[in-house]
Design a protein around this ligand. Structure first.
Ligand code: KG4
Ligand code: ZN
Length: 333
């Protein structure tokens, strides 16, 4: 079976083909237009998706050497994400599904991040713990089985990716902030400055990152909003450490509470090298899995992969399926 998947929930226009569990082609057109605004501008993202969808699909089909006629189903992200951005992908996918007379399957973006681990680790077994860390989410899930997910902990305010993005802005770095902070941190001393680790000693599995961002804002105000260039890498490294340590502290708590020793991490922040290294050290007696870097940040491979799984299990979306900007992992449409 060949499934053509589309991802347009935010600022990546992505198309992929999954054939019987294998990713044959995965093309991601990252929109560069947002960096000068320090974040994603929804209207700009929608317009760029409109512009890029057809060419990205053509590239994907050429790359896979699979003709359109050989596509058996269309998978598309239906949420969560930006309303207009989601609509561009879903409308495009619906048109293809009708035109080619093949089934359509709407995919939950967060469930796809969770499942992206199965692409590279097909032997991954339930139950496992999943830390989902992206621009909009910071959650720990107990994944008991397919579509049997229990939320163990969430953030009270900002997501970890948001903390990276807002922190980068305060440091005068460009968007997306995570990768920029990571680059700066490479030459920095992460113990130089102490940033707060909210809820660190609480026995609840929950996160909070808004205080961390405010603390960086206060720090930058000491320099009239412009942190001197010669200390940026130390500040970035210390700030990154605060985010990573907060995440791992609660992941450890979740492991202790559930006694589950398989841990998977998904979402854009999972690309962070410091998070990857520290997780492997702290959980050295557990099985820890990270998707490869291109599967951490937004992509359509995870959409096509989960779409194929769902189709094979008998799921199918109606052509009238909507878009769901606030879709939760457990809200299965
Ligand atoms: O999953 P994703 O690509 O999009 C959403 O679904 O939100 O995640 C994007 C987030 C952004 O906040 C970005 O700054 C962060 O992931 N990110 C990183 C890294 N690469 C992307 N954060 C830390 N380190 C990275 N290397
Ligand atoms: Zn994502």
């Amino acid at each position: 079976m060949n499934v053509l998947g589309f991802e347009t929930s935010c600022d990546e226009t992505a198309v992929s083909i999954c054939s019987n569990g294998k990713i044959v082609s995965s093309i991601v057109a990252s929109q560069q237009n947002h960096s000068k605004f320090g974040g994603v501008v929804p209207e700009v993202a929608s317009r760029m998706h409109e512009k890029l969808l057809l060419t990205t699909m053509k590239k994907c089909l050429d790359d896979s050497k699979i003709s359109k006629k050989k596509i058996d189903a269309i998978a598309v992200t239906i949420g969560p994400g930006l309303m207009g951005a989601l609509l561009t992908g879903v409308s495009f996918a619906k048109g293809l599904s009708v035109g080619l007379n093949i089934p359509l399957i709407g995919v939950n973006h967060m469930e796809a991040h969770l499942f992206s681990n199965f692409i590279e680790y097909p032997d991954l077994e339930f139950p496992f713990l999943c830390l989902l860390v992206s621009g909009g989410h910071t959650q720990i899930w107990k994944v008991k089985n397919f579509r049997d997910y229990i939320l163990l902990g969430d953030t009270r305010d900002d997501a970890a990716g948001e903390a990276f993005d807002k922190g980068a802005r305060l440091l005068g770095l460009s968007y997306p902030g995570g990768i920029e902070i990571e680059k700066q941190s490479k030459n920095g001393n992460s113990n130089k400055y102490k940033f707060p680790l909210a809820l660190y000693n609480s026995k609840e599995i929950e996160f909070s990152f808004s205080g961390l961002k405010s603390s960086l804002l206060r720090f930058s105000q000491k320099f009239n909003g412009e942190i001197p260039k010669n200390i940026i890498s130390d500040v970035a490294a210390s700030y990154q450490k605060a985010i990573v340590d907060s995440l791992l502290n609660k992941l450890k708590l979740a492991e202790q509470k559930t006694k589950i020793s398989t841990i998977v991490i998904g979402g854009g922040v999972a690309a962070n090298q410091s998070l990857r290294e520290k997780t492997s050290i702290i959980f050295k007696n557990s099985r820890v899995l990270f998707p490869s870097l291109q599967l951490c940040t937004d992509n359509a491979a995870m959409i096509a992969f989960l779409g194929e799984k769902l189709i094979k299990k008998g799921f199918k979306s109606n052509i009238s399926v909507g878009v769901y900007p606030n879709l939760k992992l457990n809200d299965l449409k």
